[in-house]
Design a binder for this molecule. Structure first.
Ligand SMILES: [Zn+2]
Length: 182
């Protein structure tokens, strides 16, 4: 797929009036907050996204812009059972409707199946995509079946010591990052 970066200055109204469709794939490294969440081996992943736009008549007959956002990405996270890397596929498929004011967005969002957002001249699509993926990250990522043996008790005398001295995966990740930067 063609590499296309989602921009943070998207003219939603113009795209909706044109019934436009935009999309492509983008390296995970472009999403600073997402990269923080994944293991080093997952930083090379790509996020495939697509946004299609249209207008529909709202309750008062005024035409409102709509956006259908879909995306897929595979996140490498630390399994919370065996601490090994687990690939967690994230799929987002959501509709957004755009209104003119913050008040209307807040009021209508609660009553609507779709997400209601404020129509801004330069809409931050890149940030929205990142927010949607962050909200889909599992709190406790786990393998369905962990590869290898999961040690459940400290029968092995070396186990407790190994656990005590083993750095937590995120600490290890931070150390690695700092080492790379330094
Ligand atoms: Zn596991």
């Amino acid at each position: 797929m063609k590499p296309v970066t989602a921009q943070n200055n998207v003219d939603i109204r113009a795209l909706a009036l044109a019934n436009a469709q935009i999309g492509g794939c983008e390296p995970l490294l472009d999403f600073a907050r997402l990269v923080e969440e994944v293991l080093v081996e997952g930083e090379k992943a790509e996020l495939v996204w697509s946004a299609s736009f249209e207008t529909r008549a709202g309750a008062t007959g005024v035409m409102q812009p709509w956006m259908h956002l879909t995306l897929t990405v595979s996140l490498f996270l630390a399994c919370q059972r065996c601490m090994g890397a687990v690939a967690v596929p994230v799929v987002v498929d959501r509709w957004f409707r755009f209104v003119d004011s913050e008040e209307a967005a807040e009021r209508e969002d609660e009553q609507s199946d779709e997400d209601v957002l404020v129509l801004e001249k330069q809409f931050r699509l890149h940030d929205l995509i990142e927010d949607e993926v962050l909200m889909s990250v599992p709190v406790v990522p786990r393998h369905e079946t962990c590869p290898g043996n999961v040690i459940l008790s400290a029968v092995d005398p070396g186990f407790e010591l190994a656990q005590a001295t083993k750095p937590m995966p995120f600490e290890a990740l931070a150390t690695l990052r700092n080492a790379k930067k330094g």
